[in-house]
Design a protein around this ligand. Structure first.
Ligand SMILES: Cc1ncc(COP(=O)(O)O)c(C=O)c1O
Length: 459
């Protein structure tokens, strides 16, 4: 009876239309078209309720399914764990929780402790709470401010939006809590200082200016994406990261790296920050940790940060008094262990570098052919192409035309993404993040589809 219901796709689509409230979606459209329901996936391919096959070049829409769809070994690992022990509150340990923490820390020299929760937003909230508690316990209530960068995104909760550098995501959800302060973005293509030789240094120095303006004794931390994702796939400019690290050290500002997108292989190394030789104090991660096979996020700290929460056992408020009910689910770390094994055994970091190079080369080829591509950026299998009306003025292409390009690519059987409800007037970057198992043929299929759509829509 149940499976008969599941197999009746028109009933599924009607149930979805009638009762599901989709994320980031204007539902008016579903009065005239069907909502899309994804039914099955294998590798990079997905099938919807109409049976239509698409090559997914965005790993589940939001850069998540790093090891691809249909991984039976992850499903088996999760099943085995669930029937043995599905859940116990996080004050106690679990077998997969302990083992995954050890494996993770092996990939993160200098880091030491893993705090489990369930989403990127939640992982960042934990980091903010750590910073605030450190401010209270170590700095007499000072050093409570947290800096964030224009164009970066850290999640959907009110505090994460307060630290979000994307105006269209924040709009209408305020007022926001105090203590989150923006620093300038670091996208050289949209330089705030004109055409300068030392852009990276300037963008980093702009952080120092904010710290000095706010008062270094009030600033506890800065949160940054290693490569900005939804804000336009912004790879950091030359000289940026070493100077950021120097500034953080100089003013005693904790460095929180948001690896929710880049973490666990996306850029061809385990973590995006490892491309730039920096040593964070706190690292958050979510999407690729278990490739969407189970919900899991981690807030990882150094032992020095952790120590500040156990230095006075007589203080009843001295330890980290956060709670994450579902941080005690064992499915997340069980899936994450198998996800990591797959990346290692199948050599997916190497594949990410090789296929990322091919993707970038193909995009540069398209840039020669299509004047509408103003800039191409990327690291590993995380790439973006910024579309402009005019290469000289860099005037951004209108969002609806960019959306038409994405639609044209879809018509050719490939799903790509675009910056979406992010920055007013600047939702003009095509986003690509295929699963780390992508093949050379699939990379070419993706860029061929973009080529066709650009020819159709923009010439
Ligand atoms: C960089 C970054 N941080 C945090 C988040 C929030 O993650 P979640 O949606 O799991 O709360 C996202 C989500 O897209 C993200 O891109």
């Amino acid at each position: 009876m149940e499976s008969a219901t599941f197999n009746d796709m028109s009933a599924v689509v009607e149930a979805d239309r009638a009762h599901v409230w989709h994320h980031l979606t204007q539902h008016k459209a579903f009065e005239s078209v069907d909502p899309r329901v994804i039914v099955e996936g294998k590798g990079l391919r997905v099938w919807d309720a109409t049976g239509r096959e698409t090559l997914d070049a965005v790993s589940g829409g939001v850069w998540t399914v790093n090891v691809g769809y249909g991984r039976e070994s992850i499903a088996d690992a999760v099943r085995e764990q669930l029937v043995k022990m599905n859940y116990f509150a996080g004050a106690a340990g679990s077998v997969p929780g302990a083992i995954f923490a050890r494996k993770l820390i092996e990939k993160m020299p200098g880091m030491s402790r893993v705090y489990y929760s369930n989403s990127g937003s939640e992982a960042n909230e934990k980091a903010y709470k750590m910073v605030r508690q450190i401010a209270h316990r170590q700095h007499g209530g000072r050093k409570w401010k947290i800096l964030y960068r224009e164009r970066d995104y850290h999640g959907t909760t009110i505090a994460c939006l307060a630290s979000g550098g994307q105006e269209e995501r924040r709009a209408m959800y305020g007022p926001f809590p105090d203590g989150f302060v923006p620093v300038p973005h670091c996208l050289e293509y949209r330089s705030q200082w004109g055409d300068v030789a030392d852009y990276g240094l300037r963008a980093a120095n702009a952080i120092e200016e904010v710290i000095l303006r706010e008062g270094a004794d009030t600033v506890g931390a800065i949160i940054l994406e290693p490569v900005t994702a939804g804000g336009g796939v912004i790879t950091p400019p030359e000289g940026y990261w070493p100077r950021v690290q120097e500034i953080c050290k100089k003013y005693g500002v904790l460095l929180i790296i948001d690896e929710v997108v880049c973490g666990v292989g996306r850029t061809g190394v385990w973590f995006g920050y490892q491309n730039y030789g920096i040593q964070p104090d706190i690292v958050t991660m979510a999407k690729g940790v278990a490739s969407g096979y189970a919900a899991i996020s981690c807030t990882v700290t150094t032992e020095a940060v952790f120590d500040m929460f156990k230095d006075d056992a007589s203080d009843p408020l001295g330890y980290f008094r956060d709670i994450s009910t579902f941080g005690g689910c064992t499915s997340g770390p069980a899936a994450a262990i198998e996800n990591m094994r797959i990346i290692e055994d199948e050599g997916l970091l190497a594949n990410t570098l090789a296929m990322g190079d091919r993707l970038m080369a193909n995009l540069h080829g398209l840039m020669e052919k299509h004047a509408v591509i103003g800039d191409v950026r990327g690291r590993g299998l995380f790439c973006g192409a910024e579309l402009v009306r005019d290469r000289t003025t860099r005037a951004p292409l209108e969002e609806k035309t960019v959306a038409a390009v994405v639609g044209g690519v879809m018509k050719r059987g490939v799903q790509i993404g675009m910056t979406n409800r992010s920055l007013p007037g600047l939702n003009n970057t095509l986003c690509l993040s295929p699963a780390l198992v992508v093949t050379a043929d699939q990379i070419d299929q993706i860029t061929d589809a973009i080529d066709g759509a650009l020819t159709e829509v923009c010439s």
